[in-house]
Design a protein around this ligand. Structure first.
Ligand SMILES: NC(=O)c1ccc[n+]([C@@H]2O[C@H](COP(=O)([O-])OP(=O)(O)OC[C@H]3O[C@@H](n4cnc5c(N)ncnc54)[C@H](OP(=O)(O)O)[C@@H]3O)[C@@H](O)[C@H]2O)c1
Length: 383
């Protein structure tokens, strides 16, 4: 039996993780953590008999503490604040931490899980993009301690297993193209948050859905792949693959390309992230060999220049990936709140990087400072 601590349990990845657990008798949940939705977390704790929950919002944690008795959860331990989330990442009772906390807030829980030697099934890409230079040493020291859950990185991880890193020519990340992939430049100008949130294939949280539409998500994934696999940026490519069947590919020196394919369902990457190196049976229906046509196209960087930002910030190095990721977090919120247009997100990120001077990453404090500086600069650019 593998025991899990699920960070971000009320979100898209969190809910899909709990669904995987429901269908797999060899998995159980010991801890659940989320931001503020305490009623959902209490209901999950009851359903999965979790021993510990954590809510980042202290007010929500107080409400959960107050109400737990009414649900017969007197023994449930309720933790609070960022420290409560971090403690869920290092509980002795959990063998695997599922990390699905989006944004900058995911950095400390990720570091605490890795420091305490936990296996991590990892989705919260912004944490790795922002703190990659601090996290990389753990990844190189203990390969396999962190197994990616993002479907592209899970595919790359699987394609690279057993291969000599020296024989890798390039990693090719596939992209669905996002909800707006067929919109003209003119249509993109006036697109609303509602249209953007209708992703063609994946049902995801709002931030990652907007990032998928701008293709900034692919940029974050390029930087995530750089840190995960230690591959230089010139060896990372992006291809638009509308069917989302091939999740990514690796090309080797002999001319061979390995790809990983499955029906588009995150449950597979989540399950594999948890059970690696085992594969548990029946997670998703297998792919028919008669699936039909698969297409692979070059991204249209005129309509979707956001796909270029990852290489740009990655090659700038130092704090640039962190600053870009945080700047994007702010801009996505502004777009969802109707304060800026869709195209302003990427346009502002380019202007931001043009003026940005990266600093060396020598600890968490510099990342916090750079995030604050990024926020100030973005506010200035939006005036
Ligand atoms: N969804 C996908 O298919 C997918 C695929 C690949 C990678 N990812 C990555 O996985 C991560 C999660 O994505 P998602 O789509 O699941 O997001 P989501 O649906 O927005 O869910 C976010 C989860 O994190 C919790 N949370 C938010 N802020 C928090 C904080 N400060 N501390 C602790 N918990 C916090 C939320 O709790 P509340 O509900 O209480 O706010 C919720 O449980 C992102 O980094 C995303 O890029 C997602």
């Amino acid at each position: 039996m593998t025991s899990l601590s699920v960070l971000g349990s009320t979100g898209s990845i969190g809910l899909q993780t709990l669904n995987v657990v429901k269908n797999d008798p060899r998995l159980k949940v010991v801890a659940l953590a989320a931001g503020s939705r305490w009623e959902e977390v209490l209901a999950q704790a009851k359903e999965f008999s979790a021993a510990v929950i954590a809510l980042e919002d202290p007010e929500a944690a107080r409400a959960a503490e107050r109400e737990k008795t009414a649900l017969g959860l007197d023994d449930l331990i309720v933790l609070s604040g960022p420290e409560g989330i971090a403690r869920c990442a290092e509980l002795d009772e959990a063998a695997v931490v599922v990390h699905a906390v989006p944004g900058f807030a995911g950095i400390i829980p990720l570091m605490r899980a890795l420091e305490s030697g936990k296996r991590v099934a990892f989705a919260g890409k912004e944490a790795l993009v922002s703190a990659g230079e601090l996290i990389e040493p753990y990844l190189r020291k203990n390969p396999g301690q962190l197994v990616p859950v993002d479907s592209e990185h899970s595919a790359l991880f699987q394609c690279l297993l057993g291969e000599d890193p020296e024989s890798v020519v390039e990693l090719v990340l596939t992209a669905s193209g996002g909800a707006l992939r067929d919109y003209s430049a003119e249509q993109l100008r006036n697109v609303t948050p509602k249209e953007v949130l209708e992703h063609p294939t994946w049902k995801m949280g709002k931030k990652v859905t907007v990032d998928s539409a701008t293709l900034v998500n692919k940029s974050l994934e390029v930087m995530e792949a750089h840190y995960l696999f230690g591959v230089p940026y010139e060896k990372l490519k992006v291809v638009v693959h509308r069917q989302s069947i091939v999740h990514s590919m690796v090309t080797f020196v002999d001319g061979s390309t390995k790809a990983q394919a499955s029906v588009p369902d995150m449950s597979l990457a989540i399950s594999y992230g948890i059970t690696f190196p085992e594969r548990h049976p029946g997670v998703v229906p297998s792919l028919s060999p008669y699936y039909g046509t698969l297409t692979f196209e070059e991204p249209d960087t005129d309509r979707f220049p956001g796909v270029l930002l990852g290489h740009r910030a990655g090659e700038m190095g130092g704090t640039a990936p962190c600053a870009l990721s945080y700047a994007d977090e702010i801009l996505v919120k502004e777009f969802l709140n109707g304060r800026i247009g869709f195209l302003d997100i990427t346009r502002t990120l380019f202007r931001f990087l043009d003026a940005y001077r990266p600093r060396p990453v020598d600890g968490l404090d510099v990342l916090k400072r750079e995030a604050l500086r990024a926020e100030e600069k973005i506010r200035e650019l939006l005036l």
